[in-house]
Design a protein around this ligand. Structure first.
Ligand code: FES
Length: 100
């Protein structure tokens, strides 16, 4: 086993869990896969990819409120996220990120 310090200032988890179309609601069924891709692309375009990690996650247990995004260490949980919210979210999660 190796143990290292995480190189990211923040980690953003976008739930992309997918269920059968006739099953309970899921974030993937509400556009979370595209939201994850858009968020990742925006962070990369800002040159923050090495300090701000955008990752897919499994179910965050808020399925009826999705798409859901958790941000650490901010301890912020965004729900009902749409593409139109991404400017606001990117502004909030990057405002205190230090790049050097
Ligand atoms: S499927 Fe996303 S929170 Fe459950």
């Amino acid at each position: 086993m190796e143990k290292q310090t995480v190189p990211y200032e923040k980690i953003v988890f976008v739930c992309t869990n997918e269920r059968a179309s006739d099953g309970p609601p899921c974030c993937a069924g509400r556009g979370a896969v595209n939201i994850h891709a858009s968020l990742k692309a925006r962070v990369k375009a800002l040159g923050l990819g090495k300090v701000l990690r955008v990752s897919k996650s499994g179910c965050q247990n808020r399925c009826t409120l999705g798409p859901n995004i958790m941000v650490f260490p901010d301890n912020v949980w965004y729900s009902g996220v749409t593409e139109e919210d991404l400017d606001t979210i990117v502004g909030e999660i990057t405002k205190d990120v230090v790049t050097e």
